[in-house]
Design a protein around this ligand. Sequence first.
Ligand SMILES: NC(=O)c1ccc[n+]([C@@H]2O[C@H](COP(=O)([O-])OP(=O)(O)OC[C@H]3O[C@@H](n4cnc5c(N)ncnc54)[C@H](OP(=O)(O)O)[C@@H]3O)[C@@H](O)[C@H]2O)c1
Length: 283
Amino acid sequence: MRIYIIGKNGQLGFDLDRVLSKRFKVDGGGRETFDVRRVDEFLSFVKGKYDLLINCSAYLDVVKSEKYIKDSFLMNAILPSVISKFCYDNRIKFFHFSTDYVFDGRKKTPYVEVDRCDPLNNYGLSKYVGERMILENNPDAKILRVSGLYGKRESKSKGYNFVSFILKKAEKREKVQIVNDQFLTPTYTLNIAKQVEKLIDFDISGIIHSTDEGETSWYDFALEIKRVLKLDLKIEKRDSQDLFPKRPKYSVLENAVLKKNCINIMRNWKESLEYFLKVDLLK
Ligand SMILES: NC(=O)c1ccc[n+]([C@@H]2O[C@H](COP(=O)([O-])OP(=O)(O)OC[C@H]3O[C@@H](n4cnc5c(N)ncnc54)[C@H](OP(=O)(O)O)[C@@H]3O)[C@@H](O)[C@H]2O)c1
């Protein structure tokens, strides 16, 4: 199987490459390799060369998405839907990633795939519209909703991930203020990459929640990083009330589709974090 990963050098793309290149021929890259905004040229380039396209590219900045609405809809909805149609027409498998921010966070128990979406900000809305447009054009597409990503590579768009942010603050001996009223499941990108590998051979499509298991607040996530590495860091609680734009207070996802199909290999978030900090990060 020949695979092209759009955004191969990003946070998630890096681990997808690490896992999938052990079994398959993997190509890909970011804007320097091929900017997908030149979509016609991009599709001519991939035509006939690949059996699977994985789209990790996105407009990820939640704050800037409020201002640059056209850009976020282009990257998160329009281009993915065009690429997904091309894949459907050319019998190429297509994977895409969405977010827990499609939900409004009013639920008190983990969201399942069929729960109603009602995004609170433009990033979440553009990703949600992307989900609908992709599946309209390509019912075979696999859209994995993920959340709170961290891994060996920092997010290319943000320049950091939550773990690297905490580690940098500890290094500089600066105190941090972290929101303690937003709950999620931090998710290790290596686990998602292994789950994608498992899904490649599996005949399920549509929305698939793929986050690590368990839940926590951002504040307790920070405390856990501090505990595992015995960091000398002052962590203060912060209220999310003054954050703009709004984010869901509770966006824990249940991997219901994976579990129903007996293929959920996502791991507990604390165990994954410990493995990442004590093993993978040191490699
Ligand atoms: N990070 C999170 O916590 C999080 C949470 C929920 C969902 N997600 C979703 O997970 C997916 C992956 O996120 P990530 O954290 O891995 O993002 P990332 O590190 O920012 O990676 C995105 C990649 O896309 C590439 N890219 C951007 N625009 C492009 C374009 N026009 N043409 C070609 N490549 C382009 C970037 O490469 P260049 O900069 O080199 O162009 C980068 O490698 C996204 O769909 C995101 O919405 C992420």
